[in-house]
Design a protein around this ligand. Structure first.
Ligand SMILES: [Zn+2]
Length: 119
């Protein structure tokens, strides 16, 4: 898993044919933000660690965080949440918007930047 070709997380912009391969899920989120700011395009997650997604039966944002948070000491990275949601057909942009909304209503908190915990 140490070479770029086997990066567990891959995001692409189909419109620009650019991609990002990384081992750090939140780099996908950074890539999305940079790319969206410059081009307005929503990038797609092409590959993610699917073992995470298979464990999550429910695709509600809060349920996803709830079910994953035991695995992450300081919060579930946004990129992991986005990858799971992407598996359910929700785009990165939609997931980040929903994270914002749910945080406003108090269902989620951010133990550190770009990481989530569920109450
Ligand atoms: Zn693009």
């Amino acid at each position: 898993m140490s070479t770029q070709d086997h990066a567990p997380y891959v995001a692409v912009c189909p419109e620009c044919d650019v991609d990002l391969r990384t081992e750090a899920p939140n780099e996908i989120v950074e890539f999305y933000r940079r790319h969206y700011r410059v081009t307005g395009h929503d990038v797609e997650i092409e590959r993610a660690q699917v073992d995470l997604a298979e464990d999550v039966a429910n695709d509600g944002l809060k349920d996803v965080v709830w079910q994953l948070q035991d695995r992450y000491e300081n919060g579930v990275p946004f990129g992991v949440v986005a990858a799971v949601m992407s598996d359910h057909g929700v785009s990165i942009g939609e997931t980040l918007d929903e994270i914002h909304d749910v945080r406003m209503t108090g269902g989620l908190y951010e133990p550190q930047d770009d990481h989530l915990g569920a109450f």
